[in-house]
Design a protein around this ligand. Sequence first.
Ligand code: HPA
Length: 279
Amino acid sequence: MEPDVTPTSDPFVAAHAAAAQLAKHTGAERHHVAVILGSGWLGAADRMGDVVAELSVTDLVGFPAPSVAGHAGVVRSIAAGPKRILAFLGRVHLYEGHSPATVVHAVRTAVMAGCRVVVLTNAAGGINREYSVGQPVLIADHINLTGQSPLTGPTPPAPFDIRFVDMTTAYSPRLRAAALTVDPSLAEGVYAAFPGPQFETPAEVRMAARLGADLAGMSTVLETIAARHLGAEVLACSLVTNMAAGLEPGGIDHDEVLTVGRQSAERMGGLLAEMIARL
Ligand code: HPA
């Protein structure tokens, strides 16, 4: 399938065009909940409802092909009772060389497709020593150490011409409370986003711990900023795939990160599907 809209350099116009393509190809005038499935979360893709349509993101304007192993580059339209879910199987990252606008394009497209709730999932290193590998942690707040924002640049076109977005309740207390009704034992933590792609040094992990971080990762925060800018509510959850550098003897191996992700897929899939049903 060829994109049927001329690519554009304005990210808001591109997201609007991609949302129109989605509506056409999925037959759904609007979607309600967007889900971005990061490493370790793809197991949820088959458990959220009935898959009505599946497209490659590269069939939509503005999406590059994903390049990281374990990230599939597919978007599904899923019917779950009265709700339509847009599930992105995989994301793109700053460390692949993409701009902040490209990194948040899926979120902007989903919000323009009607989603007022955005659910972000990722794999992360555990900084909080009370966490263990394989554990899901709800993100309560973040520290953006990437030095980047999707809102840098000219003032966005109206009605998106808000510059100074309030991040006080970036991770919706309402949605976190709903998630906690599914699993009251879920931990909550602060996610520190590093630019990557190298894992952190032990000194960087100690720094993040002193700053108040519980989790280290390389995604999510720019997507949260973009979703809040467009007025959508955000729920985010990390899967702890390893303890962060220096907390345990030995190094960190990306294959191990992927293995833990695969091993936890079943459990995370069930948890996420149940959470989404309650949003
Ligand atoms: N650091 C950053 N990102 C990650 C990690 C980590 O230790 N594990 C999985 N994603």
